[in-house]
Design a protein around this ligand. Structure first.
Ligand SMILES: Cc1cc2nc3c(=O)[nH]c(=O)nc-3n(C[C@H](O)[C@H](O)[C@H](O)COP(=O)(O)OP(=O)(O)OC[C@H]3O[C@@H](n4cnc5c(N)ncnc54)[C@H](O)[C@@H]3O)c2cc1C
Ligand code: SF4
Length: 350
């Protein structure tokens, strides 16, 4: 590991002053940054410990919705009564990620900023445009089982590994950031980037900007019918091959009658450089009977233009099946979806 300076910031202004210096980076739970530093992939000159900034609450947002502090731990967020009651989709997505120990350390801000799990990105002995711009992409013709089928570029086919971010995208979250220049709000759709010609940039955060909190608009209409489906190689410590956050607002469906979809939200993880959402697919579900025909049509729109790179060709079928399964599970009800989650070893003891 390279030498670096470690500073504990006592308040936000002190943190922002340190972060304005090129080469300085914030550290929260350290569950991703420290690994990257040990591998020599990231070499900050200064680590600014932001854990003392008091950004760790989960509370009502002014004007409705919820405000998630950047330093609130993933576990505290997932189990917060307001999150469980009003955003069960977010709770399920967070609990599908990592392990209980990691979720106790991992912060919300750090989860948004975590870097790709492409094997070559962590291997200094191989070319990687994300780690070293212009060096090439080893994954295109290499091991690419985990990699993108949507939105990739010739320069990078990496995926964003977060589960939490897939639900945040479906729920129209907003990321609030602060720098010495002031405050800024970034709609979640614009926070993560596609690789394009600059795969080294994962997101639209500017140097010196610190995430202070994330807000969620009110989403009561999706409480009863939501599901997070994560398909992975094994049931713990595995990142998503494909994941789906789905939420439906249904009319009818009681006493054996068929339900009609009033509105829908759906986002995919594990398939692109950012959580993948195509709002046209949601509009296509509106007014349709909640059934396989409509779900398949939505999958067609979401996966339009999808392309494998050899080892990950299977994701084309996997993603389609996962989309249909997530929408069908959401239609059965959030409680039924929770039953599925409890069957996995990821469920924390509470
Ligand atoms: C074995 C393992 C398995 C995992 N499995 C999953 C999984 O299945 N699903 C999943 O979603 N995640 C998974 N993770 C990733 C884990 O969720 C992230 O490592 C974690 O969320 C990062 O949060 P942190 O607070 O530890 O971030 P840190 O490691 O402290 O920081 C990560 C990055 O975020 C930046 N940063 C942190 N806070 C801020 C802020 N407020 N503003 C601006 N920048 C900031 C840091 O500078 C750094 O670049 C796994 C991790 C491990 C080690
Ligand atoms: S996919 Fe992206 S992160 Fe992976 S080797 Fe290629 S450039 Fe690097």
């Amino acid at each position: 590991m390279n030498p670096f300076t470690f500073t504990q910031a006592g308040d936000i202004d002190a943190a922002l002053a340190r972060l304005a210096i090129p080469g300085a980076r914030p550290i929260a739970g350290g569950t991703n940054l420290l690994d990257l530093m040990k591998e020599g992939v990231m070499q900050p000159d200064e680590l600014v410990d932001i854990n003392g900034l008091g950004l760790d609450s989960v509370e009502e947002a002014p004007g409705g919705g919820l405000r998630l502090g950047a330093l609130a731990r993933n576990a505290d967020t997932a189990y917060h009564p307001l999150v469980r009651a009003r955003y069960p989709l977010l709770s399920a997505a967070i609990l599908a990620g990592a392990s209980p120990q990691l979720r106790n350390m991992a912060s919300n801000g750090g989860n948004l900023m975590q870097r790709t799990r492409c094997y070559y990105f962590y291997d200094l002995g191989t070319p990687c445009n994300k780690r070293e711009p212009g060096s090439g992409c080893s994954a295109r013709n290499g091991l690419n089982r985990l990699h993108a089928i949507l939105g990739a570029s010739e320069h990078c086919i990496a995926t964003h590994p977060s589960d939490m971010c897939v639900a945040l995208r479906a729920l129209d979250a907003v990321v609030h950031v602060r720098s010495q220049g002031g405050v800024r709000e970034i709609p979640f759709a614009d926070f993560h980037r596609l690789p394009g010609e600059q795969p080294e940039l994962d997101n639209t955060l500017a140097p010196g900007e610190l995430i202070t909190h994330i807000t969620l608009p009110e989403a009561e209409r999706y409480v009863k019918h939501s599901a997070y489906i994560k398909v992975r190689e094994r049931l713990s410590y595995a990142f998503a091959l494909v994941s789906v956050a789905a939420a439906l607002e249904l009319d009818g469906g009681k006493d054996g009658k068929v339900a009609t979809i009033r509105s829908a939200r759906i986002a995919l993880g594990g398939v692109a450089h950012k959580p993948w959402r195509v709002e046209e697919a949601e509009r296509a579900l509106e007014g349709k009977t909640a059934g396989l025909e409509a779900f398949g049509a939505a999958a067609d729109i979401l996966l339009h233009g999808a392309q494998g790179h050899g080892q990950n060709d299977f994701k084309l079928t996997l993603a389609r099946n996962a989309i249909e399964q997530a929408l069908a599970t959401a239609a059965r009800g959030t409680e039924a979806a929770k039953g599925i989650a409890k069957d996995t070893p990821q469920g924390d003891a509470q």
